[in-house]
Write a protein of this length. Structure first.
Ligand SMILES: *Cc1c(COP(=O)(O)O)cnc(C)c1O
Length: 398
């Protein structure tokens, strides 16, 4: 649109001007054919880049057969994908959703229902941590606790007790007879790529065992290979009771899942929960194809190696730009560059160098490449960032 017309869309996203016609691998192309390196990847969603031949084939083949039947009927792709996710994780049970916030809602409901089913409906509160992001539904904004997300949407849903992360004594003090579980985002993505220490995750696990409460991991962003393991909890050598997945799991098709142990899913009996679209045949076809690629030998190890490669190169970049860069952090290909100034203008300069990135809290720019990116593409992104910083410095000083 030309800007003189009034948009018919809610103003929630501002009015982005950059728009793309098609994509291939790690690149996006405008209608004029201008090429951009996509290290935004639809906010960590396009885990296998754009137009991956195996995903295109799976989706188009299914599209010619059957799109939707609802969960009144058995969907074979659901059993298949659920079994494969369980075999690759801690879980024995899966519920399919369409978005991260929904998978978190399912996770919260599962934790509460576990205690209600055990005769303790009063155990219904969840402990959450500042800096985490869990989605934009009424329950998940209450869980996330960020003021900007809650503002104007009162009443805030009750049932969440938020504390600062990485303080195990405080977690223990916060657990009461009404606590159902603890929700942790192992690497806080939107919050600025804050990598929670493995010792903290291990301590939270131990407290959950001690008090027989549910450990819920929000791996919507960290899961499905993003951190260089299939799931981020594997870095800490622990297992959750319940876990939410979304973003990369559908490679760009809306798909999410709540995974749980048999024990944790005990209360989710017939009729207790449902979704019209969740687990539809199109999503299942793509989800199974994504997993085919991610479970290939060496796939996640390669993500870890490329992540280390990028972090090393970025550390060198920081050395030459200490006036602008505060910190480099991340795990696998979930990478944060914290600047001394708000990152908006730097993200813009980087886009002018034809590399796409994503903002996060704490003045952080996120690089979220497709997981099948190459070292050459990582080099290209970092060279562009170097150029963007030169440009930004000039702008700022003029
Ligand atoms: C993106 C995200 C969500 C919300 O996912 P939606 O699909 O936008 O609902 C929840 N938790 C985390 C950690 C996320 O990164």
């Amino acid at each position: 649109m030309d800007g003189t017309q009034k948009s018919s869309l809610f103003s929630t996203y501002g009015h982005p001007t950059l728009s793309f016609d098609h994509g291939k691998g790690s690149y996006l192309f405008t209608i004029e054919g201008t090429r951009y390196l996509d290290f935004a990847a639809g906010v960590a969603v396009n885990a296998l880049g754009h137009a991956h031949p195996k995903l295109v084939e799976a989706l188009t083949e299914q599209a010619g057969k059957l799109w939707h039947v609802s969960n009144l009927f058995a969907i074979p792709g659901q059993e298949k994908l659920a079994k494969r996710l369980c075999d690759a994780s801690f879980a024995q049970k899966v519920f399919f959703n369409n978005s991260g916030a929904e998978a978190m809602e399912t996770s919260i409901k599962t934790a509460r229902r576990f205690h209600a089913h055990n005769g303790h409906p009063e155990r219904n509160r969840l402990i959450t941590f500042t800096g985490a992001f869990h989605g934009r539904t009424l329950a998940t904004i209450a869980a996330g606790g960020k003021r900007e997300h809650l503002d104007g949407f009162a009443p805030r849903m009750d049932g969440f007790d938020q504390i600062i992360a990485d303080d195990l004594d405080l977690v223990r003090e916060t657990i009461t007879a009404a606590t159902a579980g603890i929700i942790v985002e192992p690497v806080q993505g939107e919050g600025g790529v804050n990598v929670l220490p493995p010792s903290f995750l291990q301590g939270v696990r131990a407290l959950c065992d001690e008090y027989n409460i549910m450990l819920i991991l929000d791996e919507v962003q960290t899961g499905m290979g993003r951190t260089g393991k299939l799931f981020a909890y594997q870095w800490a050598g622990i297992e959750p009771d319940i876990m939410a997945l979304a973003k990369g799991i559908g490679g760009g098709f809306p798909l999410a899942a709540c995974l749980a142990t048999d024990k944790a899913a005990r209360g989710m009996i017939q009729g207790s929960h449902g979704s019209t679209f969740g687990g539809n045949p199109l999503a299942m076809a793509v989800g199974n194809a994504v997993l085919d690629v991610m479970l290939e030998d060496g796939f996640v190890e390669d993500v870890a190696d490329k992540g280390l490669y990028a972090l090393q190169k970025l550390a060198a970049l920081k050395d030459g730009n200490n006036d602008l860069i505060e910190d480099i952090r991340g795990k696998g290909l979930l990478i944060g560059i914290e600047f001394k100034d708000p990152p908006g203008p730097i993200i813009k300069c980087l886009a002018e160098e034809h590399v796409l990135s994503v903002p996060a809290a704490k003045n952080t720019l996120r690089l979220l490449p497709p997981l099948n990116t190459t070292r050459a593409e990582i080099d290209e992104a970092i060279e562009a960032l170097e150029a963007a910083l030169i440009k930004y410095r000039k702008q700022r000083n003029s």
